[in-house]
Each structure stands twice: as C-alpha cells, then as structure tokens.
Design a protein around this ligand. Structure first.
Ligand SMILES: Cc1ncc(C[n+]2csc(CCOP(=O)(O)OP(=O)(O)O)c2C)c(N)n1
Length: 340
C-alpha cells in the first residue's frame, strides 16, 4: 500500500478563501482553545522549572500542539490513547486538568499516580489515557494490546498511539506494527517527526524518505502531513480512526514539525543549527491556526486575545493549586507501588 504526502503549506493559514466555513465551528473552537491552553501551561511550566518548582526535568511539546490536539480531537470519549512526553495537548483536550500535570512534575500526592510516577509518566486511565512508559516506544505494544482487548471484547473502540521519529528505530515499534496490522487491530499510530531524537538528527535515524514509508512493510496506509497544520493532522488521523473503527486495521500518520526546545529543559540543544530554529519559528502551529480562524471570520481578534488571557490565568491558577497540594507522606509512600 502506498504512502503519500499531503501538502498543507503554511501560506494556506492566512488564506481568506479557506474551507473553514464547511467545518464544525464548535470543534474548531475546542481545538483552538486546547492549543492555546497547552502553550500557556507549557510556558508556565518552563518558568516553574527555572524557578525550582519541579522535581526533575521538564519535557515540553512546543510546536507539537497541532499534532497532539489535532489527533486527539478525532477520538470519542470512550476511545483509548497512548501518548508520549510531547502530548500535553492530547491530555488537556480530553479532560486532564493542567494542575494534575503540574502536580505530577512536583511528585504531589494529588497527581494521577499519587506522586509515584517519577514526574513524567502521568496518565488518566479513567479517561482512557495510558501512562507513558519510560522505555520508548513501549507505549506502542501496549496500544496494540489495548486495541486487541477492544476487538476481543467486541467493543468498537480505537486506540491512538504517539511516538517520536527516533522511536521508529526501536524493535517495539516494529513488533507493535507487525501484530496490529496482521490482526487488523483498531490502532492509529502517529509519528511526531520533530527532526531530532535527543541530539540525533533524522538523517542519522532513517534512510526512508519519510517515516510514514515504514507503513509499506506492514501493508497498511501511511500518510505524511504538515504537523504544524492542526486541521491537516486532524483530517489524516480522522481517516485512520474511521478505518480502524470499521475493522479495517491500523494506519500510520506522520506529522512533520520541529522540537523548538531542547530534548528537555536541561538541554540547551547546541547541536541544532540556529538557522533551523530561525526557519521553524515562522511556523508556530498555535499562531498559524489563530490567524486562520481570524482570517476566515470564525473568531475575531478580541476573542483571540481573550482566549489567550484566560489560558494564561488558568495556568497561573493551576500552579497555585499544585503548589499548595500535599506531598506523599512517609506512612503512605509505598502504597500502590508493589502488587500484593
Ligand atoms: C529504550 C530507551 N532508550 C533511551 C531512552 C532515553 N530517551 C528518552 S526520549 C529519547 C529520544 C526520543 O526521540 P524521539 O523518539 O524522536 O522522540 P522525541 O523525544 O524527539 O519527541 C531517548 C533517547 C528511553 N526512554 N528508552
């Protein structure tokens, strides 16, 4: 089965003759608000990292908002998701609270794992969000298992899994794809191509022209889209979700973007050529989508400013709550860690 590339040039973002009028307005607004909130929360968390609020390092998804929110916005509430460390947007879109993520990075007792996850590996099983395993992309075989469980139980649920470009070199990626494809499981696998796996550039990671080409090995569809165009991601993933729910098996969607911060906030990313940052700074997915909504008359400038103001306040309030929350105590620190 062929892989294809869907071009969605940034110039289209400001094109007044956009097709936004034919789309669900409420969905567009939900996507926009989630992207703005994600950026505000991550900017706040960077400040928190610098200010010493957090226990460990901080992994962010600047310029990944189009992929994480665009993909998550295709799911039903009862579907499953196996996100990675760049996918705050997917968590927030589907109901995770910003303070819970902050509480996780602080090891607080009120975080979804009660402070037991080593700060980064938060999830919400009640929302269908599987906790990120440390070893990447170990979430892919788990996503395959979740999809298998749904199919076995006769449920029409889909499991959406995310990984980075570097993760596609690992065995678990191929094992998951192999099993999911041969059993026609209801998976969509999203590859977040952000140009680097820690300091390794994509040219040293793969000979494939595009990461979605890896779909060919498994006889499934693979498509590459502009990951800074949230609607291009949404449409490509929606196609995969529809296919998966109809029992036709998995597919791969690659979104191309840039990791605009270091691997984590402790990493100054000196190995990235400055010209690359310069070039990609013109493709901020949040800004591009906002401009597009304003140009098409879906929102006006005042609404955009208000949305950003509210998101900033929500991030400030989330920090206050997370800071005030308690740490686990010596008496209960081992609860939930070991199986009885
Ligand atoms: C098996 C394994 N090896 C190494 C690591 C350390 N590590 C965490 S993220 C990462 C880079 C991942 O790159 P990529 O998959 O491209 O995702 P990105 O972080 O760029 O979004 C590495 C090497 C790990 N978590 N698991």
């Amino acid at each position: 089965m062929a892989t294809k590339t869907k071009e969605a040039p940034a110039a289209a973002a400001a094109d007044a003759a956009d097709d936004l009028g034919s789309r669900d307005r409420d969905l567009l607004l939900r996507i926009y608000r989630a992207m703005v909130l994600t950026r505000a929360v991550e900017d706040r968390m960077v400040a928190m990292y610098k200010g010493g609020d957090l226990l460990g390092s901080l992994y962010t998804g600047h310029w990944h908002e189009g992929i994480s929110v665009g993909a998550a916005s295709t799911l039903r509430a009862d579907d499953y998701m196996a996100p990675i460390h760049r996918d705050l947007g997917a968590h927030l879109y589907r109901g995770m609270d910003a303070w819970q993520v902050m509480a996780s990075f602080m090891g607080k007792a009120t975080s979804p794992t009660g402070g037991r996850d080593g700060t980064l590996h938060y999830g919400r099983l009640d929302l269908g969000h599987y906790n990120l395993p440390s070893h990447i992309p170990a979430n892919f075989p788990v996503a395959t298992g979740m999809a298998f469980a749904a199919k076995y139980r006769g449920q029409d649920k889909v499991c959406l899994a995310f990984c980075g470009d570097g993760s596609t070199s690992r065995a678990d990626f191929h094992e998951a794809l192999s099993m999911s494809s041969v059993l026609d499981l209801p998976n969509v696998f999203v590859i977040e191509n952000n140009q680097f796996a820690y300091s390794t550039p994509i040219s040293m990671q793969s000979k494939s022209m595009q990461f979605s080409d890896k779909a060919k090995a498994y006889g499934i569809p693979g498509v590459t889209v502009d990951g800074t165009d949230v609607l291009a991601v949404h449409d490509a993933v929606a196609e995969g979700v529809e296919r998966a729910r109809a029992g036709k098996g998995p597919s791969i969607v690659e979104g191309i973007t840039m990791r605009m911060h270091g691997h984590a906030e402790h990493d100054p990313a000196d190995y990235v050529p400055p010209a690359m940052f310069e070039e990609w700074s013109k493709k901020d997915p949040v800004e591009l989508f906002e401009k597009r909504l304003v140009a098409a008359g879906v929102i006006d400038q005042a609404t955009a400013e208000d949305t950003r103001k509210q998101a900033r306040q929500a991030a400030i309030d989330a920090r206050k709550k997370a800071l005030a929350d308690p740490m686990p105590t010596a008496e209960n620190i081992e609860d939930g860690v070991y199986a009885d």
